[in-house]
Design a protein around this ligand. Structure first.
Ligand code: ADP
Ligand code: ZN
Length: 279
């Protein structure tokens, strides 16, 4: 038996399943503090047996680089009950024989969406913006983990919105997350109509993100998920703007169409990827 845990900002998913990502049984509950959330996940797993491996997809900031002394711990965060919490510690004391692997939530999603390809990027647009990268068949962390939501795109023509990122104002997350759309347009992204200028701006910023990924880690596709990406026609709009920017220059883009795609596994990508970590 192997297990997966997907920690989300609002809900946690725990599952038992197979190494190819197949979920056999799952349980969802609201995310509270670290101790309580993991007690609930462990209790549910205990009723099902003893897992040989447990894969975890965690929200940040979390230490996922195995060369760090704090590997498997949550890093300083204002989120109540999480700063310094040891995910590895909680799981190792409950299941001492289990192999435990921890990744960021976006990296487990990229693993589930890679579909046998070695070079794939994943962006999620919801309350925040996060990005995961698999390059040369490996999940990329950098020194701590990627913070792809916080780079600075070029402005969409006519956009002078100051942005909502508490640290940077107009980084990608500040300009294009769900809360950014709410503040800029005065309504939720899901309530913005199809022809609205909002989608012209939004697809501009995601095309900036996609071209930056192409130029840096050179994926064969960019998967865009999260609530905001569910707007009708969104992926096609981003792809069109991406090809306008790219000007035929990037071989990986020329060789792959469609290039900007929704997640094949939808809401299940995270939990599937968590299982695949120990598959
Ligand atoms: P979280 O980051 O909390 O998991 P979600 O990924 O669910 O959040 O994204 C929430 C955001 O997605 C909100 O801004 C909401 O307005 C937007 N959203 C949800 N459904 C749609 C839709 N069909 N079209 C456009 N935006 C949507
Ligand atoms: Zn920022």
């Amino acid at each position: 038996m192997i297990a997966g845990i997907e920690m989300g900002g609002t809900k946690t998913v725990v599952a038992v399943g197979q190494g190819d990502g197949t979920v056999l049984e799952e349980h969802r509950f609201p995310t509270t503090g670290g101790e309580e959330t993991f007690s609930r996940a462990i209790e549910w797993l205990n009723e099902r047996g003893v897992p040989e491996g447990i894969g975890v997809g965690a929200f940040g900031p979390v230490s996922v680089n195995k060369t760090r002394a704090d590997y498997g711990r949550m890093l300083p965060t204002p989120k109540p009950g999480w700063a310094g919490f040891s995910i590895v510690g909680a799981l190792a004391s409950a299941f001492p024989l289990a192999r435990v692997e921890i990744e960021t939530d976006v990296n487990v999603a990229v693993l589930a969406e890679a579909d046998g390809r070695d070079d794939v990027a994943y962006i999620t647009i919801g309350t925040g913006i996060g990005g995961g990268v698999m390059a040369d068949g490996k999940l990329v962390h950098g020194a701590v983990h990627s913070e792809f939501g916080h780079w600075y795109p070029r402005r969409a023509p006519g956009d002078d919105f100051e942005g909502v990122c508490p640290f940077h104002g107009d980084c990608l997350e500040g300009l294009a997350s769900g809360p950014a759309m709410l503040k800029r347009w005065g309504r939720e992204a899901k309530d913005l109509s199809e022809g609205s200028q909002a989608w012209d701006f939004e697809s501009h910023y995601l095309a900036e993100a996609a071209v930056t990924l192409l130029a840096s880690v050179n994926p064969v596709k960019v998967v865009i998920g999260g609530g905001v990406s569910q707007a009708p026609g969104f992926h096609a709009m981003v792809e069109k703007k991406l090809r306008e920017r790219a000007k035929g220059y990037f071989v990986a883009l020329e060789e792959n169409s469609p290039f900007v795609v929704p997640p094949k596994h939808g809401q299940q990508a995270g939990i599937r990827g968590a299982l695949m970590l120990v598959g």
